[in-house]
Design a protein around this ligand. Structure first.
Ligand SMILES: N[C@@H](CCC(=O)N[C@@H](CS)C(=O)NCC(=O)O)C(=O)O
Length: 204
């Protein structure tokens, strides 16, 4: 399998963390790409021009991290990260939606922060910041749902928190979310997180 990636993307990190958690990361060749340069080899397989994009073992290009993670979950003998029992599955997918939403808001906020300052930009950035803060509050209240073996939900929340540390490290969240902080400190020791720490690319 071949993964188009950037080491700064939290969506890519989620995919690689899932692959590591399931013990299939050695089957994935990573190809660094700068999406902002619209690389032809990426556009040839994913017209959206986004990463992560995975060429699966079946030769099909899978795009969008939820789809890629679900595809990877069907490979290899490890326990699934997407639970099969309905209640557990919905709980994991709900956590995933929350973590994924934090990633989307944080990536968008980071993008806005690189644009020239103007009132509309400040308002948009404030809305994203507030959405992230409210979601962390909810995750703090529901931190019990993160406990236990990794699921697609807990891995995504971990990657979202890691991205906040990476891009917004000057905005501390641990003091106000102590249960989330304790969970993250423990989860971050897993190889799935240790080996996928974000790295700033050469472009902004
Ligand atoms: N919903 C997508 C989001 C992926 C995404 O936005 N990736 C960013 C990098 S972090 C990207 O490729 N941006 C390039 C662009 O939007 O043109 C996923 O979950 O994979």
């Amino acid at each position: 399998m071949k993964l188009f990636y950037s080491p700064a993307s939290p969506f890519v990190r989620k995919v690689m963390a899932c692959a590591i958690a399931r013990g299939i990361d050695d089957r994935i060749e990573t190809v660094w790409c700068d999406v902002h340069a619209s690389p032809p080899d990426l556009l040839a397989v994913n017209p959206l021009g986004k990463i992560p994009t995975l060429i699966g073992a079946d030769g099909i290009a899978y795009m969008d991290s939820p789809l890629i993670c679900e595809y990877l979950d069907g490979i290899g003998p490890a326990p699934p990260l997407y639970p099969t029992e309905r209640g557990a599955r919905l709980a994991a997918l709900r956590l995933h939606a929350l973590g994924h939403g934090v990633m989307e808001a944080a990536v968008a906020r980071r993008g806005e922060s690189l644009r020239p300052d103007e009132p509309a930009r400040s308002a948009a950035m404030a809305r994203m910041r507030d959405a992230i803060a409210r979601t962390l509050d909810l995750l703090e209240r529901e931190s019990d749902s993160l406990m236990g073996p990794f699921t697609i939900g807990s891995i995504t929340v971990g990657c979202a928190l890691g991205y906040l540390d990476f891009r917004f490290g000057h905005e501390p969240w641990r003091e106000t979310h102590p249960k989330l902080a304790v969970w993250f400190e423990s989860a971050a020791k897993h190889r799935a997180f240790v080996e996928t720490m974000p790295v700033a690319p050469k472009h902004p």
